[in-house]
Design a protein around this ligand. Structure first.
Ligand code: F6P
Length: 347
Protein backbone atom coordinates (compact mmCIF):
# COMPACT_ATOMS: atom_id res chain seq x y z
CA UNK A 1 0.00 0.00 0.00
CA UNK A 2 1.22 3.52 -0.83
CA UNK A 3 -0.01 6.31 1.42
CA UNK A 4 0.12 10.02 0.56
CA UNK A 5 0.74 12.62 3.28
CA UNK A 6 0.19 16.37 3.15
CA UNK A 7 0.14 19.32 5.55
CA UNK A 8 -2.19 22.24 4.71
CA UNK A 9 -3.07 25.68 6.08
CA UNK A 10 -0.97 27.67 8.55
CA UNK A 11 2.07 25.81 9.87
CA UNK A 12 2.05 24.61 13.44
CA UNK A 13 4.67 23.19 15.85
CA UNK A 14 4.26 19.40 15.84
CA UNK A 15 3.55 18.86 12.13
CA UNK A 16 6.91 17.16 11.63
CA UNK A 17 6.28 14.97 14.67
CA UNK A 18 3.03 13.76 13.05
CA UNK A 19 4.75 13.08 9.71
CA UNK A 20 7.50 11.14 11.49
CA UNK A 21 5.03 9.04 13.49
CA UNK A 22 2.97 8.22 10.38
CA UNK A 23 6.02 7.06 8.43
CA UNK A 24 7.76 5.22 11.28
CA UNK A 25 4.58 3.38 12.33
CA UNK A 26 3.49 2.72 8.76
CA UNK A 27 6.84 1.21 7.76
CA UNK A 28 7.47 -0.74 10.97
CA UNK A 29 3.97 -2.13 11.55
CA UNK A 30 2.57 -2.47 8.04
CA UNK A 31 5.42 -2.22 5.53
CA UNK A 32 3.71 0.71 3.79
CA UNK A 33 5.38 3.09 1.37
CA UNK A 34 4.78 6.83 1.46
CA UNK A 35 4.53 9.77 -0.92
CA UNK A 36 4.84 13.25 0.55
CA UNK A 37 2.93 16.03 -1.21
CA UNK A 38 4.47 19.49 -1.20
CA UNK A 39 2.68 22.63 0.03
CA UNK A 40 -0.72 21.33 1.13
CA UNK A 41 -3.31 20.71 -1.59
CA UNK A 42 -1.02 22.30 -4.20
CA UNK A 43 1.00 19.05 -4.14
CA UNK A 44 -1.70 16.61 -5.26
CA UNK A 45 -3.30 19.29 -7.43
CA UNK A 46 -0.11 19.73 -9.47
CA UNK A 47 1.39 16.29 -8.86
CA UNK A 48 4.28 17.77 -6.85
CA UNK A 49 5.54 15.01 -4.57
CA UNK A 50 8.63 13.83 -2.71
CA UNK A 51 9.96 10.61 -1.25
CA UNK A 52 8.95 10.06 2.34
CA UNK A 53 10.81 7.19 3.96
CA UNK A 54 12.36 6.55 7.39
CA UNK A 55 15.55 8.32 6.32
CA UNK A 56 13.58 11.42 5.29
CA UNK A 57 11.96 11.72 8.73
CA UNK A 58 15.11 11.19 10.81
CA UNK A 59 15.73 14.05 13.24
CA UNK A 60 12.54 16.00 12.52
CA UNK A 61 10.68 15.33 15.81
CA UNK A 62 11.84 18.59 17.49
CA UNK A 63 11.73 20.73 14.36
CA UNK A 64 9.03 23.38 13.89
CA UNK A 65 7.33 23.99 10.54
CA UNK A 66 6.78 21.12 8.13
CA UNK A 67 9.30 19.35 5.90
CA UNK A 68 6.48 18.96 3.34
CA UNK A 69 5.79 22.68 3.12
CA UNK A 70 2.27 24.08 3.34
CA UNK A 71 -0.09 26.48 1.58
CA UNK A 72 -3.67 27.64 1.64
CA UNK A 73 -4.36 26.28 -1.87
CA UNK A 74 -7.99 25.27 -2.21
CA UNK A 75 -8.70 22.71 -4.97
CA UNK A 76 -12.43 23.36 -4.55
CA UNK A 77 -11.93 26.96 -5.68
CA UNK A 78 -9.79 26.03 -8.70
CA UNK A 79 -11.10 26.78 -12.17
CA UNK A 80 -11.33 23.80 -14.51
CA UNK A 81 -8.05 23.17 -16.28
CA UNK A 82 -7.30 21.76 -19.72
CA UNK A 83 -9.60 18.85 -20.49
CA UNK A 84 -12.31 20.40 -18.29
CA UNK A 85 -11.01 18.69 -15.14
CA UNK A 86 -12.05 20.39 -11.87
CA UNK A 87 -9.60 20.87 -8.97
CA UNK A 88 -10.92 17.78 -7.18
CA UNK A 89 -10.72 15.67 -10.33
CA UNK A 90 -7.12 16.77 -10.89
CA UNK A 91 -6.23 15.75 -7.33
CA UNK A 92 -7.81 12.33 -7.94
CA UNK A 93 -6.03 11.96 -11.30
CA UNK A 94 -2.63 12.69 -9.73
CA UNK A 95 -3.20 10.34 -6.78
CA UNK A 96 -4.06 7.56 -9.22
CA UNK A 97 -1.10 8.33 -11.46
CA UNK A 98 1.33 8.24 -8.52
CA UNK A 99 -0.17 4.97 -7.28
CA UNK A 100 -1.34 6.52 -4.02
CA UNK A 101 -3.97 4.24 -2.45
CA UNK A 102 -4.86 6.35 0.59
CA UNK A 103 -4.18 9.86 1.84
CA UNK A 104 -3.50 11.30 5.32
CA UNK A 105 -4.38 15.02 5.36
CA UNK A 106 -3.03 17.03 8.30
CA UNK A 107 -4.73 20.38 8.68
CA UNK A 108 -7.39 22.61 10.14
CA UNK A 109 -11.00 23.10 9.15
CA UNK A 110 -10.18 24.25 5.59
CA UNK A 111 -7.78 21.40 4.77
CA UNK A 112 -10.08 18.84 6.38
CA UNK A 113 -13.07 20.35 4.56
CA UNK A 114 -11.36 19.51 1.24
CA UNK A 115 -10.48 16.06 2.64
CA UNK A 116 -14.17 15.49 3.42
CA UNK A 117 -15.17 16.37 -0.15
CA UNK A 118 -12.51 14.03 -1.54
CA UNK A 119 -13.73 11.25 0.70
CA UNK A 120 -17.28 11.84 -0.54
CA UNK A 121 -15.82 11.52 -4.05
CA UNK A 122 -14.40 8.06 -3.29
CA UNK A 123 -10.84 8.84 -2.15
CA UNK A 124 -9.61 6.95 0.92
CA UNK A 125 -8.77 9.74 3.36
CA UNK A 126 -7.89 9.98 7.06
CA UNK A 127 -7.56 13.38 8.76
CA UNK A 128 -5.30 14.70 11.50
CA UNK A 129 -6.47 17.94 13.17
CA UNK A 130 -3.99 20.80 13.45
CA UNK A 131 -4.19 24.41 14.58
CA UNK A 132 -2.46 26.55 17.18
CA UNK A 133 -5.89 28.15 17.75
CA UNK A 134 -7.30 24.98 19.41
CA UNK A 135 -10.72 25.78 17.94
CA UNK A 136 -11.69 22.43 16.37
CA UNK A 137 -14.68 21.12 18.30
CA UNK A 138 -14.12 17.42 17.67
CA UNK A 139 -10.92 17.25 19.73
CA UNK A 140 -10.14 18.44 23.25
CA UNK A 141 -6.75 19.76 22.14
CA UNK A 142 -4.86 20.26 18.91
CA UNK A 143 -1.05 20.05 18.89
CA UNK A 144 0.66 23.42 18.45
CA UNK A 145 -1.64 25.14 20.92
CA UNK A 146 0.47 24.31 23.97
CA UNK A 147 3.61 25.59 22.22
CA UNK A 148 1.91 28.83 21.15
CA UNK A 149 0.59 29.40 24.68
CA UNK A 150 4.02 28.84 26.23
CA UNK A 151 5.66 31.25 23.76
CA UNK A 152 3.02 33.90 24.50
CA UNK A 153 3.32 33.32 28.27
CA UNK A 154 7.07 33.80 28.15
CA UNK A 155 6.60 37.01 26.16
CA UNK A 156 4.12 38.27 28.78
CA UNK A 157 6.57 37.45 31.60
CA UNK A 158 9.28 39.45 29.84
CA UNK A 159 6.97 42.36 29.07
CA UNK A 160 5.93 42.52 32.75
CA UNK A 161 9.39 43.55 33.89
CA UNK A 162 9.88 46.23 31.25
CA UNK A 163 6.34 47.58 31.73
CA UNK A 164 6.99 47.86 35.48
CA UNK A 165 10.29 49.67 34.98
CA UNK A 166 8.79 52.26 32.63
CA UNK A 167 5.35 52.61 34.25
CA UNK A 168 3.68 52.01 30.92
CA UNK A 169 0.85 49.80 29.74
CA UNK A 170 1.85 46.97 27.45
CA UNK A 171 -0.59 45.42 25.03
CA UNK A 172 0.24 41.92 23.78
CA UNK A 173 -1.59 40.95 20.57
CA UNK A 174 -1.79 37.19 20.05
CA UNK A 175 -3.32 35.00 17.33
CA UNK A 176 -6.91 33.82 17.40
CA UNK A 177 -9.20 34.74 14.58
CA UNK A 178 -12.53 33.53 15.94
CA UNK A 179 -11.51 31.85 19.20
CA UNK A 180 -9.63 33.33 22.14
CA UNK A 181 -8.02 30.15 23.52
CA UNK A 182 -4.42 31.36 23.11
CA UNK A 183 -5.22 34.74 24.69
CA UNK A 184 -7.15 33.10 27.55
CA UNK A 185 -4.51 30.51 28.46
CA UNK A 186 -1.46 32.73 27.91
CA UNK A 187 -3.13 35.63 29.71
CA UNK A 188 -4.08 33.50 32.72
CA UNK A 189 -0.66 31.86 32.87
CA UNK A 190 1.09 35.22 32.49
CA UNK A 191 -1.04 37.10 35.04
CA UNK A 192 -2.51 39.55 32.53
CA UNK A 193 -4.39 42.59 33.77
CA UNK A 194 -7.05 42.23 31.07
CA UNK A 195 -7.72 39.51 28.46
CA UNK A 196 -9.78 40.34 25.38
CA UNK A 197 -11.12 37.60 23.11
CA UNK A 198 -13.31 37.45 19.99
CA UNK A 199 -16.14 35.69 21.87
CA UNK A 200 -16.63 38.61 24.30
CA UNK A 201 -16.91 42.07 22.70
CA UNK A 202 -15.22 44.54 25.05
CA UNK A 203 -16.13 47.96 26.41
CA UNK A 204 -13.16 50.29 25.96
CA UNK A 205 -14.22 52.38 29.02
CA UNK A 206 -14.07 49.26 31.18
CA UNK A 207 -10.70 48.21 29.76
CA UNK A 208 -9.30 51.67 30.58
CA UNK A 209 -10.77 51.37 34.08
CA UNK A 210 -8.91 48.09 34.69
CA UNK A 211 -5.67 49.57 33.29
CA UNK A 212 -6.02 52.70 35.44
CA UNK A 213 -6.58 50.57 38.54
CA UNK A 214 -3.37 48.64 37.83
CA UNK A 215 -1.45 51.92 37.47
CA UNK A 216 -2.85 53.09 40.84
CA UNK A 217 -1.65 49.94 42.56
CA UNK A 218 1.81 50.57 41.06
CA UNK A 219 1.83 47.35 39.10
CA UNK A 220 2.33 47.01 35.35
CA UNK A 221 -0.86 46.78 33.28
CA UNK A 222 -0.55 44.01 30.70
CA UNK A 223 -3.45 43.66 28.27
CA UNK A 224 -3.57 40.44 26.24
CA UNK A 225 -5.74 40.78 23.15
CA UNK A 226 -6.60 38.18 20.51
CA UNK A 227 -6.30 39.50 16.94
CA UNK A 228 -10.02 38.82 16.38
CA UNK A 229 -11.25 40.65 19.52
CA UNK A 230 -13.62 43.49 18.82
CA UNK A 231 -15.05 46.43 20.74
CA UNK A 232 -18.79 46.52 21.42
CA UNK A 233 -20.45 48.09 18.35
CA UNK A 234 -17.10 47.77 16.63
CA UNK A 235 -15.52 45.81 13.84
CA UNK A 236 -12.59 43.41 13.63
CA UNK A 237 -9.37 45.27 12.93
CA UNK A 238 -8.22 44.22 9.47
CA UNK A 239 -4.66 44.75 8.33
CA UNK A 240 -5.83 44.39 4.74
CA UNK A 241 -8.93 43.44 2.85
CA UNK A 242 -7.34 40.63 0.89
CA UNK A 243 -8.98 37.21 1.21
CA UNK A 244 -7.13 33.91 1.04
CA UNK A 245 -8.43 31.08 -1.17
CA UNK A 246 -10.69 29.88 1.66
CA UNK A 247 -12.19 33.38 2.03
CA UNK A 248 -10.46 34.45 5.28
CA UNK A 249 -9.42 38.07 5.84
CA UNK A 250 -6.06 38.86 7.42
CA UNK A 251 -6.48 40.28 10.91
CA UNK A 252 -4.25 42.50 13.02
CA UNK A 253 -4.18 46.01 14.41
CA UNK A 254 -6.48 45.69 17.42
CA UNK A 255 -3.49 46.08 19.80
CA UNK A 256 -2.49 49.37 18.18
CA UNK A 257 -6.05 50.63 18.39
CA UNK A 258 -6.18 49.77 22.13
CA UNK A 259 -2.85 51.47 22.82
CA UNK A 260 -4.12 54.63 21.12
CA UNK A 261 -7.32 54.62 23.20
CA UNK A 262 -5.45 54.02 26.48
CA UNK A 263 -3.03 56.88 25.77
CA UNK A 264 -5.87 59.20 24.75
CA UNK A 265 -8.17 58.39 27.65
CA UNK A 266 -5.64 57.90 30.50
CA UNK A 267 -2.75 60.07 29.37
CA UNK A 268 -0.40 57.15 30.09
CA UNK A 269 2.12 55.66 27.72
CA UNK A 270 0.95 52.42 26.07
CA UNK A 271 3.01 50.21 23.76
CA UNK A 272 2.12 47.18 21.66
CA UNK A 273 3.91 43.88 21.06
CA UNK A 274 2.38 41.85 18.23
CA UNK A 275 3.61 38.26 18.62
CA UNK A 276 2.40 37.13 15.19
CA UNK A 277 4.22 34.18 13.68
CA UNK A 278 6.65 33.87 16.59
CA UNK A 279 3.78 31.87 18.17
CA UNK A 280 3.86 29.36 15.33
CA UNK A 281 7.59 28.98 14.93
CA UNK A 282 10.27 26.88 16.55
CA UNK A 283 10.35 23.65 18.47
CA UNK A 284 7.15 22.08 19.88
CA UNK A 285 6.70 21.53 23.62
CA UNK A 286 6.80 18.01 25.06
CA UNK A 287 2.98 18.00 25.26
CA UNK A 288 2.67 18.83 21.55
CA UNK A 289 5.35 16.33 20.51
CA UNK A 290 3.56 13.55 22.39
CA UNK A 291 0.09 14.49 21.11
CA UNK A 292 1.37 14.83 17.51
CA UNK A 293 3.15 11.47 17.74
CA UNK A 294 0.03 9.74 19.10
CA UNK A 295 -2.13 11.36 16.38
CA UNK A 296 0.28 10.24 13.63
CA UNK A 297 0.46 6.64 14.86
CA UNK A 298 -3.30 6.46 15.27
CA UNK A 299 -3.92 7.94 11.79
CA UNK A 300 -1.87 5.26 10.05
CA UNK A 301 -3.60 2.57 12.11
CA UNK A 302 -6.92 4.03 10.89
CA UNK A 303 -5.64 3.57 7.31
CA UNK A 304 -4.66 -0.04 8.07
CA UNK A 305 -8.06 -0.70 9.62
CA UNK A 306 -9.73 0.95 6.60
CA UNK A 307 -11.45 3.53 8.75
CA UNK A 308 -11.56 6.14 6.00
CA UNK A 309 -13.51 9.38 6.28
CA UNK A 310 -12.36 9.59 9.89
CA UNK A 311 -10.20 12.01 11.82
CA UNK A 312 -8.14 11.24 14.90
CA UNK A 313 -9.02 13.27 17.99
CA UNK A 314 -8.12 13.60 21.66
CA UNK A 315 -10.91 12.90 24.16
CA UNK A 316 -9.64 13.18 27.71
CA UNK A 317 -6.40 11.24 27.48
CA UNK A 318 -7.57 8.83 24.75
CA UNK A 319 -7.01 9.09 21.01
CA UNK A 320 -10.31 8.33 19.27
CA UNK A 321 -11.62 8.46 15.70
CA UNK A 322 -14.49 10.72 14.73
CA UNK A 323 -16.12 11.45 11.34
CA UNK A 324 -14.11 13.93 9.25
CA UNK A 325 -17.18 16.14 9.04
CA UNK A 326 -16.98 16.68 12.83
CA UNK A 327 -13.83 18.75 12.24
CA UNK A 328 -15.64 21.34 10.22
CA UNK A 329 -19.18 21.50 11.57
CA UNK A 330 -18.69 23.64 14.66
CA UNK A 331 -15.99 25.97 15.91
CA UNK A 332 -14.91 25.39 19.52
CA UNK A 333 -15.03 28.82 21.09
CA UNK A 334 -14.28 29.90 24.68
CA UNK A 335 -17.42 29.33 26.81
CA UNK A 336 -18.54 32.33 28.93
CA UNK A 337 -17.84 30.41 32.16
CA UNK A 338 -14.20 29.87 31.19
CA UNK A 339 -13.84 33.59 30.47
CA UNK A 340 -15.50 34.40 33.80
CA UNK A 341 -12.76 32.42 35.60
CA UNK A 342 -10.13 34.68 34.03
CA UNK A 343 -12.15 37.86 34.64
CA UNK A 344 -11.77 37.40 38.41
CA UNK A 345 -8.17 38.54 37.98
CA UNK A 346 -8.82 41.62 35.80
CA UNK A 347 -8.00 45.11 37.06
O1 F6P B 1 -5.29 29.43 12.09
C1 F6P B 1 -4.08 29.68 12.65
C2 F6P B 1 -3.67 31.11 12.49
O2 F6P B 1 -2.44 31.21 13.11
C3 F6P B 1 -4.67 32.16 13.00
O3 F6P B 1 -4.64 32.34 14.38
C4 F6P B 1 -4.26 33.38 12.23
O4 F6P B 1 -5.32 34.30 12.09
C5 F6P B 1 -3.88 32.81 10.92
O5 F6P B 1 -3.49 31.47 11.14
C6 F6P B 1 -2.78 33.58 10.23
O6 F6P B 1 -2.44 32.91 9.08
P1 F6P B 1 -1.25 33.26 8.10
O7 F6P B 1 -0.08 33.54 8.95
O8 F6P B 1 -1.02 32.05 7.30
O9 F6P B 1 -1.70 34.42 7.33
Amino acid sequence: MRVGVLTGGGDCPGLNAVIRAIVRTGVAEYGYEFTGFRDGWRGPLEGDSMTLDVQAVRGILPRGGTILGTSRTNPLGEKSAAGGRSGLERVKDNLAQLGVDALVAIGGEDTLGVATRLHDGGVKVVGVPKTIDNDLSATDYTFGFDTAVNIAMEAIDRLHTTAESHHRALIVEVMGRHAGWIALHAGMAGGANVILIPEQPFDIEQVCGWVEHRFQTRYAPIVVVAEGALPKQGKEELTDQELDSFGHVRLGGIGQMLAGEIEKRLGKEARVAVLGHIQRGGTPTAFDRVLATRFGASAIRAVAEREFGKMVALRGTDIVRVPLTAATTELKTVPPERYAEAELFFG
